[in-house]
Design a protein around this ligand. Structure first.
Ligand SMILES: Nc1nc2c(ncn2[C@@H]2O[C@H](COP(=O)(O)OP(=O)(O)O)[C@@H](O)[C@H]2O)c(=O)[nH]1
Ligand SMILES: [Mg+2]
Length: 165
């Protein structure tokens, strides 16, 4: 029987969650550059082995979807907080983390400092200082980052659930 391990992506709209899901889960070679806000949710699946699949679920970023976040978080083994790497976006992300602190407690939580290709981006270490959780830089529109992104998720999950090597 296939086991599904759920990973929830949270973060403000426009952070790059849908792009990250496409980067990690599809066969797409061309990553869409025109922004389409996610209505409700986006999701994709990574097949880890013949018994385990990872489902990446995006929690819709717009405020009117926030009411669904607690449910998404409860059922997830891991939460990936995606943020743009501008100081303003990072501070907003910090507020989100504070707001949902209680629901995140005891879960594997990492942050992705996305859009590192944009000039003036904060370095992942600086983002980590502000957010207080392990933070990794990312360029979700760059197909070359696919393996690295995949590893971040799989290694993060390894601590939480017993996955086959
Ligand atoms: N320059 C740059 N743009 C990105 C990157 N990741 C995503 N984007 C763009 O940012 C916009 C919002 O991305 P999307 O994945 O829809 O954000 P979401 O609202 O968090 O799901 C889109 O136009 C993406 O192409 C990145 O690493 N670098
Ligand atoms: Mg989206």
């Amino acid at each position: 029987m296939t086991r599904y391990v759920k990973v929830a992506l949270m973060g403000a709209g426009y952070a790059g969650k849908s792009t990250l899901i496409r980067l990690l889960t599809d066969d797409v070679t061309k990553l869409q550059s025109k922004y389409q806000p996610t209505a409700g949710m986006d999701c994709g699946t990574i097949t880890l082995d013949d018994r385990t699949k990872i489902t990446l679920v995006e929690m819709g970023g717009q405020a009117h979807f926030e009411f669904m976040w607690p449910d998404f978080m409860k059922g997830s083994e891991m939460i990936v907080v995606v943020t743009e790497s501008t100081p303003k976006a990072v501070l907003k992300t910090r507020q989100l983390l504070k707001k949902y602190e209680a629901l995140l407690a005891g879960k594997q939580v990492i942050a992705i400092a996305n859009k590192q290709d944009l000039p003036g981006s904060m370095r992942p270490e600086s983002v980590q200082d502000l957010l207080g959780i392990p933070t990794y830089g990312m360029i979700a529109i760059d197909p070359k980052q696919r393996l690295r992104g995949y590893r971040l998720i799989v290694e993060g999950l390894r601590d939480m659930v017993q996955l086959a090597a």
